[in-house]
Design a protein around this ligand. Structure first.
Ligand code: KIV
Ligand code: ZN
Length: 387
C-alpha cells in the first residue's frame, strides 16, 4: 500500500493561545516552539504578528530559534498584516505566510460587509501581494464549512492562480459533520482546476466534539495537511488535538495509507509543557495524554492487563513517552492487582496474611476512592504487627 505523508501544521502558539484566559509570554512561546520542533511538526504557526508588539517579537524570536521546521505567521487579508509577517519572519529558515478571509454568507455580509465579488478580489490581490514576499502562501477560507460550494470552488481557483501553495478549509465554528466535511474536500478536488498543484489542509474546531473525526474525513478525501493544537486547546471548545491525530494514525496504520513525521514519544513532554505554560489542565480522561489514559481500575481489566497488556491497552504508554501504565487500586480492583502491588512494594506475605490484607484493603475502598501506597503501607504494618 503506498503511504502518503500528512503534513502536521501546529497552531498551539496561535489558535491555541486564543483559548480564553491564555496569554503566553515570549519566553514561554519560544520554549514551547523548541519542544514542538522536537515533536516533529512540519509547520508551526508561531503567532499573529500584527496583533500586538509582544506577538510580533515572539514570532521573530521563534523564527530565529527553530530551524528544522517551517514557521508561519497569520495575517488578515490586509497589506499591513502581511508586511508584519514578512518582517517578523525575515530570518526564518523556511518562512510561510498564512492569509485568511471569510467566505461564508453570514461572515461576508455582517462581519466583512463585502459582496462575494469583493471578497474574491481582496483574496486574489492579497495572495499576489504575499507572493512577492513569500514562496509559500497558505490561504484560508474562514468558515469554509458554511460556505456555498460553488462559490468556494470559484474563489479557490482564483487564489491558486494568484499563487497560493496551500488551501486551508477551516471548520471555523465546529459545525460540520464528518461525511459533510469529507464531501467538501472531494467536491473541490474534483471541480477546481489545478487543485492538484496545492496542498489541501483541514482545520477543525471541536464545538460539537467532531474535530478529530472531521480531520480524518478530510484526509480520507484528499487533504494532505492537518492543522491542530497540543491538548486540543483553542478558541471556545478548542481545535483538533494533534497528539490524538498522530497516535490514531500510527495505531491504525493497518487501516490508513498515511503517515506523519511526528516523534510520538515526545507527546507527553509536549503536552505537559503546553499545559504548564497555558495553565489549561488536561482532563484526566483525555485521550492519549490524560492521567487516566493508561490507568486501569476494575479488577477484570487489571487482571487482563497483568496477563497481557493488549487486552485493554491499544496504545503502549512508551509510545507516547509515558513511563508505564498504572493499575489504580480502588473498589473495583481485584485480588490479582492487589497481590501484584504488594509484591512491587517489597512484601512477601503468607497466603493467610495476604487474605487479611486484601480484606482490610476492600474495607478501605468503601471509604476512600483511591488507595495509595501510603494506605497500603499502613494496612501492611497493622497486619504484620498483629502477629
Ligand atoms: O478557525 C479558523 O477559521 C482559523 C483561521 C484563522 C484559519 O483559525
Ligand atoms: Zn481556528
Amino acid at each position: 500500500m503506498t503511504q502518503t505523508q500528512i503534513k502536521i501544521f501546529d497552531t498551539t502558539l496561535r489558535d491555541g493561545e486564543q483559548s480564553p484566559g491564555v496569554n503566553l509570554n515570549k519566553l514561554e512561546k519560544v520554549e514551547l516552539a523548541k519542544q514542538l520542533e522536537r515533536f516533529g511538526v512540519d509547520i508551526m504557526e508561531a503567532g499573529f504578528p500584527a496583533s500586538s508588539q509582544g506577538d510580533f517579537n515572539a514570532v521573530k524570536q521563534i523564527a530565529e530559534t527553530v530551524k528544522n521546521v517551517s514557521v508561519i505567521g497569520l495575517a488578515r487579508a490586509v497589506k499591513s498584516d502581511i508586511d508584519a509577517c514578512a518582517e517578523a519572519l525575515k530570518n526564518a529558515a523556511d518562512p510561510r505566510l498564512h492569509i485568511f478571509i471569510a467566505t461564508s454568507p453570514i461572515h461576508m455580509e455582517y462581519k466583512l460587509q463585502k459582496t462575494p465579488e469583493e471578497v474574491i478580489e481582496t483574496a486574489v490581490e492579497m495572495v499576489k501581494y504575499g507572493k512577492k514576499k513569500f514562496n509559500h502562501v497558505e490561504w484560508s477560507a474562514e468558515d469554509a464549512s458554511r460556505t456555498d460550494l460553488d462559490f468556494l470552488a470559484k474563489i479557490i481557483e482564483k487564489v491558486i492562480d494568484a499563487g497560493a501553495t496551500v488551501i486551508n478549509l477551516p471548520d471555523t465554528v465546529g459545525y460540520t459533520m464528518p461525511t459533510e466535511y469529507g464531501h467538501m474536500f472531494r467536491y473541490l478536488k474534483e471541480n477546481v482546476p489545478n487543485i492538484e498543484k496545492v496542498d489541501l489542509s483541514c482545520h477543525c474546531h471541536d464545538d460539537l466534539g467532531m474535530a478529530l473525526a472531521n480531520s480524518f474525513a478530510a484526509i480520507e478525501n484528499g487533504a494532505t495537511q492537518v492543522e491542530g493544537t497540543i491538548n486540543g486547546i483553542g478558541e471556545r471548545a478548542g481545535n483538533a488535538a494533534l497528539e490524538e491525530f498522530g497516535v490514531a494514525l500510527n495505531i491504525r496504520n493497518d487501516y490508513y495509507p498515511f503517515y506523519t513525521n511526528l516523534t510520538l514519544n515526545e507527546i507527553k513532554r509536549t503536552s505537559d509543557l503546553a499545559s504548564k505554560f497555558t495553565g489549561m489542565t488536561v482532563p484526566a480522561n483525555k485521550a492519549v495524554v490524560g492521567r487516566n489514559a493508561f490507568a486501569h481500575e476494575s479488577g477484570i481489566h487489571q487482571d487482563g492487563v497483568l496477563k497481557n497488556a493488549q487486552t485493554y491497552e491499544i496504545i503502549t504508554p512508551e509510545l507516547v513517552g509515558v513511563q508505564s501504565n498504572n493499575l489504580v487500586l480502588g473498589k473495583h480492583s481485584g485480588r490479582h492487582a492487589f497481590t501484584d502491588k504488594i509484591k512491587q512494594l517489597g512484601y512477601d506475605l503468607s497466603e493467610e496474611k495476604l487474605k487479611e490484607a486484601f480484606k482490610a484493603f476492600k474495607q478501605l475502598t468503601d471509604r476512600k476512592r483511591e488507595v495509595t501506597d501510603d494506605d497500603l503501607f499502613s494496612i501492611l504494618t497493622d497486619i504484620q504487627t498483629d502477629t
